[in-house]
Write a protein that binds this ligand. Structure first.
Ligand code: MG
Length: 460
């Protein structure tokens, strides 16, 4: 029997329900077998976030790897980008990696992310191969004299050195006050230290690692960062930065205490990195602010399906200089082949230093776009039918409409756009609209909502 284990990123599920020690050990043994066979890879770096179930899952994963004959380098609690970076760099002998993390999902759940010898996350065809080996029981156990050993490792230390090299050390006069909200997650022990070593005044929020997440949930959306916004305002700080649970994404709060969308942060970094003709990759739902940046540099934007794996894939295929997602995941491919919450924070501080401007002033230099995001309830089995129905409706009623089918249906209209896209993690269907003015965005979202509801009603 062949089934599906991998979701949008790695394997996720409820701790001790789907993610039992038995399951975690078996899938890790499968991964160890795959690495042995395809890459002759033996040394696996393992890290975890601070979730309550992470130690249990880690120990099961380690057992599975040892039984496949792999040696394990246990890095303890550390961020996802630190594992990816340490594997990619090859300064130590790590051949591949596993990160145990629930990232931003609810506290009773957890997950396992697998990293290949080049530091990229396992996805697509390799996921299917691993599932085939798992369900077909097509893997070997090492004989008694080839069982692996466990060693201690410190991916965080390797990662920290890279961040310090990539950042800029400021003088006493230039130092900024930065409020760092690590959300009880994996970046808690490293990012406050890195930013302090770069010369800034750091005040931490939620920086004690705690799998119960008493201060805030690990997702960095606006409602979870209200405290951070208030603290930045009250203390008159220059910047606020928040990380998600495994530290691969970061979101900023400007000097006025305003939440900054990941699209804007991504556009600011792209603007800083792009040279004439360069390529930047982002998801289909990212704001047109990035098109403005690309035009300025006579560069090109490639838009992919929503999700880090697709963005990384397109970066590698097109030799792009940078990639990002609107949720605050930025990818700097020469340094790390995955989302990089820590590096993003270090680069934003470098940009503030180089431009000698506040973040709110930098943002004000860009054209403003207005976005509205909505969702409607929709059962999984109706989602693809709804996408098709919306596409047909737009084609017949507006035959000159420009339609982009990269992910769902995106319609370009005037200086704005609407995107209809199913969510596969919840029973909802998303509608995004963006316009040059607030009223244009409102008109577009109203149109989108009406079309989606009418077509959904015909299906139920
Ligand atoms: Mg994450």
């Amino acid at each position: 029997m062949v089934g599906k284990l991998f979701g949008t990123t790695g394997i996720r599920g409820t701790a001790n329900d789907f993610l039992t020690p038995e399951f975690c050990s078996k899938i890790a043994c499968v991964f160890g077998n795959y690495l042995n066979e395809k890459f002759n890879a033996k040394n696996i770096l393992v890290g975890t976030d601070p979730r309550t179930s992470s130690d249990m899952i880690k120990n099961a994963v380690i057992s599975g790897l040892l039984s496949a004959g792999c040696d394990v380098y246990d890095s303890g609690i550390t961020s996802t980008p630190s594992i990816q970076y340490a594997v990619k760099e090859k300064i130590y002998k790590f051949d591949a990696g596993i990160m145990i993390t629930g990232s931003h999902i609810p506290i009773d759940r957890n997950g396992i992310k697998f990293f290949m010898p080049d530091g990229n996350e396992v996805y697509g065809k390799i996921e299917e191969e691993l599932e085939n080996i798992y369900f077909g029981d097509k893997f070997k156990r090492a004989s008694w004299n080839e069982i692996g050993k466990i060693y201690a490792a410190d991916a965080g230390k390797i990662y920290k050195e890279m961040l310090l090299r990539e950042g800029i050390k400021v003088s006493k006069e230039e130092k900024l006050t930065v409020i760092v909200d690590t959300g009880h997650g994996a970046q808690s022990y490293i990012m406050p230290l890195v930013l302090r070593e770069l010369g800034h005044k750091i005040i931490t929020l939620n920086a004690q690692m705690d799998g119960f997440f008493p201060g805030r949930p690990s997702e960095t959306d606006k409602k979870n960062l209200e405290n951070l916004m208030k603290v930045v305002q009250t203390l008159n700080a220059d910047l606020g930065v928040a990380f998600d649970g495994d530290g691969d994404r970061s979101i900023f709060v400007d000097d006025k205490g305003k939440y900054v969308m990941g699209d804007i942060t991504g556009a600011i970094i792209a603007d800083y990195l792009m040279r004439e003709g360069d390529i930047v990759v982002t998801g289909i739902s990212t704001s047109a602010i990035i098109d403005y940046v690309a035009e300025k540099h006579r560069g090109r934007i490639i838009r992919t399906k929503v999700g880090a794996a697709d963005v990384v894939g397109a970066i590698m295929k097109n030799n792009a200089v940078f990639g990002f997602e609107e949720n605050g995941g930025s990818i700097f491919p020469t340094l790390n082949l995955g989302r990089e919450g820590g590096l993003t924070a270090v680069k934003i501080l470098k940009i503030l230093h180089d431009k000698k401007k506040k973040l709110s002033e930098i943002i004000a230099d860009y054209p403003k776009f207005y976005q509205i995001k909505e969702k409607i309830q929709c059962k999984d089995e109706l989602k693809n039918k709804l996408t098709l129905a919306i596409k047909e409706r737009i084609r017949t009623e507006y035959n000159d409409a420009k339609i982009d089918e990269t992910d769902g249906v995106k319609i370009l209209s005037g200086s704005g756009w609407i995107l209809f896209r199913p969510s596969w993690t919840e029973e909802i269907y998303r509608i995004f609209a963006e316009g040059k003015t607030e009223s244009e965005a409102e008109e577009l979202i109203e149109f989108g909502r009406r079309i989606a509801n009418e077509e959904l009603n015909k299906l139920v």
